[in-house]
Every structure is written in C-alpha cells, then in structure tokens.
Design a protein around this ligand. Structure first.
Ligand SMILES: Nc1nc2c(c(=O)[nH]1)N[C@@H](CN(C=O)c1ccc(C(=O)N[C@@H](CCC(=O)O)C(=O)O)cc1)CN2
Ligand SMILES: NCC(=O)N[C@@H]1O[C@H](COP(=O)([O-])[O-])[C@@H](O)[C@H]1O
Length: 321
C-alpha cells in the first residue's frame, strides 16, 4: 500500500531511533514529490535547501513551490567518474557539467587502464587521473585505502561508474552510501552480473530473442548490477541487429539517461520510496526504491541557493513593513 504523502520538510535520514524509524516504516514515502525538500534519503554529503526559503523564493518568482515550479540548486557537487574504456558517458557528463546542466564539477577520473580513451580525455581537460586498482598491468595503481583517502581529500560527493570493469570494493560502497551510480547496457535485472559487460551483454540480448533492450542507471552495492534501479530507457532490438548496432542504439540512450539521472542526483531530486514493511509481523523486509523526482513534470527556473536565501530574507523583511 502506498500513500501519497507529499510533504515539504527536512530531508529524511535513516534515524538510529528504532521507534521513530518503525513509525516511519509504517508510512510509505511517496515516490514522486513536487519539490526537492520533501521526504527523501539524501547522501550525507549534499546540502539540504531550507523549505521555507524555497517557498519564499517561489513566491518571489511568481512560482508555486508546491507545484514543483522552482528547482532549488544547492552547492556544486564534486564528481569522480570511473572508466575502463572510451569514456563516452564520462564525456557526456563532463560536457553537461561544463554547460551547467549538471550542477557539479568532475574532479577526478579513476581508471584501471591508464591508457584508455577516458583517461586521455581527462588529461586533455585538466581532470586528475587516478589509477585504481594496483595490478600487474597497472603497477602505478593505488590501493582501496589510498583511493578512499584521495576521494575524501578531493571532497568527492558522488561516484559515477561509466564503463568501469572492476568490482568496487565494499569499503568504498560503505564510505559512499547511496552515492555511487552505475550505468549498465541492458534492462536489469536481465543480462547483468559477472561476465556481462560491453558487447557480451548485447550478444546475449540478441541470442535470447528479446524484442527490447536499453540502459539501466542503478545505485551500486557490493555485487555486480544488483543495486537499486533508478532509471531505464527502452530501445527496440531489430530483427537483423548485430551486437555492434544494438550497442550503438543503447549507447545513444545511455548518454541521455545518465545525464538526466546525474542532473537529478546533483540537485537533490532523488527520493526513496519505502514499501510498507511487514517487519513487525516478522516477515518480509523493507525495500527502499529510488525514484527521479517529478520525472514527467515541467522543470521550473533553476534557482541557486544564494539567490534563494537572499530572496527569503527580502521576503521576511517585507513581512515586517
Ligand atoms: N560493487 C560493484 N562494482 C561494480 C558494479 C556494481 O554494480 N557493483 N558495476 C560494474 C559495471 N558492470 C556492469 O554494469 C560490470 C563490469 C564488469 C563485469 C565483469 O564481469 N568484469 C570481469 C572483469 C572484466 C575485465 O577486467 O576486463 C570480472 O569481474 O570477471 C561485470 C559487470 C563496475 N563495478
Ligand atoms: N557492465 C558494464 C558495461 O558493460 N558498461 C558499458 O560499457 C560501455 C562503456 O562505454 P563508454 O566508455 O563509451 O562510456 C557502456 O555501454 C556501458 O553501459
């Protein structure tokens, strides 16, 4: 059962307080809410715009915060992108960040293949290249602990996997809860897991006789491709498709859906819906499902948090006149 509980208010943190948590578990948190501050599990590293301030800003801009007409943008987020190959998704995200669509800076490229296309692009664009992990083919690579320290020194908020072919260690997953995304070239859970990467995925899709395929953006957990799905796009599988033709069709959609997902992530517009949990009856388990907020709604003017807070105080001063 899901209730449409759309509320503005502080962002939702998984509280250590079991009673408070149980009370919350009894309520479903709505998946699509009209504005960024509604109930949501946020990555600890992002800012939380003040709901009253955004309402004031919306009023000042003639919008209506309740209708999602104002997207509040906090501080610029800092991204580390992990790549093993050509890096076209990495380039799409970097270009979207440079163009202002994604409210972020790409501060590091992490790769297990220092000679790959993604690493070359990063060097040509002044982005720090980090080789991880250490291996025979990349002896200059660093350890998990060194990588974690480097990402912290760079104040990285989110990690984006984009064609990275190594398993992300559990210590990185634990250090960045709900802050690591991956893009996979099939409609997970189909055609995912160990051994499913690159053209292998598209060969399996064609061999299966599937009529549709497409990219999946998902949060990363300690296993390959089993994290919570955030966004998907669908493309047709044509009768005479080669794996390369299907790969190109899927890749085109990947660039769109990943940029959209990262845009939402950096604007704090991902909300987590929790199904009513039957934990108190001793069965079942709770599922948190991340959703892009307002995915079909109109996006209002983008307001920087500084303008937002300034308009809020003008609004408050005007009340006193
Ligand atoms: N902890 C996680 N790490 C990674 C995930 C993830 O979901 N959780 N996603 C992968 C990306 N990926 C699919 O999207 C993926 C990449 C690689 C493999 C795979 O089977 N790799 C081979 C090695 C390939 C090579 O080194 O050339 C293997 O492990 O044997 C499966 C899925 C990134 N990391
Ligand atoms: N399972 C992981 C996997 O197969 N990832 C896939 O590797 C390609 C990387 O392309 P890019 O380097 O041009 O972004 C992309 O198609 C991505 O979905």
């Amino acid at each position: 059962m899901e209730a449409a509980i759309a509320s503005t208010g502080s962002s939702f943190h998984s509280s250590p307080n079991p009673l408070a948590r149980q009370q919350r578990i009894a309520r479903a948190v709505v998946a699509f809410v009209p504005q960024p501050q509604a109930h949501a599990l946020r990555c600890e590293r992002t800012s939380h715009p003040n709901p009253r301030a955004s309402a004031a800003a919306a009023a000042a801009m003639g919008g209506d915060a309740g209708s999602g007409s104002v997207v509040v943008v906090g501080r610029k987020k800092r991204l580390a992108v992990f790549v093993s190959g050509g890096g076209s998704n990495f380039r799409a995200i970097h270009e979207a960040a440079l163009g202002g669509k994604v409210n972020a800076d790409v501060v590091a490229l992490v790769t297990d293949k220092p000679g790959c296309g993604g690493a070359e692009y990063a060097r040509g664009n002044g982005i720090q290249v980090i080789v991880f992990p250490n291996s025979k083919s990349a002896p200059e690579g660093i350890s998990s602990d060194e990588l974690l320290n480097t990402l912290r020194e760079l104040r990285v908020d989110f990690i984006l996997l984009a064609g990275y072919l190594k398993l992300i260690p559990v210590e990185l997953i634990q250090a960045y809860p709900r802050c690591i995304l991956n893009i996979h070239p099939s409609l997970l859970p189909a055609f995912g897991g160990k051994g499913f990467y690159g053209l292998k995925v598209h060969k399996a899709v064609i061999a299966s006789g599937a009529r549709y395929s497409g990219p999946t953006v998902h949060f990363v957990d300690e296993h390959y491709d089993t994290g919570r799905t955030l966004a998907q796009r669908v493309v047709p599988v044509l009768a005479n498709d080669t794996p390369e033709q299907l790969a190109a069709r899927v890749l085109h959609e990947e660039h769109q859906v990943y940029v959209d997902a990262v845009t939402a992530l950096c604007e704090d517009r991902i909300v987590w819906r929790e199904d009513v949990c039957e934990r108190d009856r001793g069965k079942g388990w709770c599922k948190w499902q991340p959703f892009l907020e307002n995915p079909l709604g109109q996006k209002g003017p983008v307001v920087s948090s500084s303008i937002l807070f300034f308009s809020y105080y003008i609004y408050v001063l005007s009340l006193g006149c």
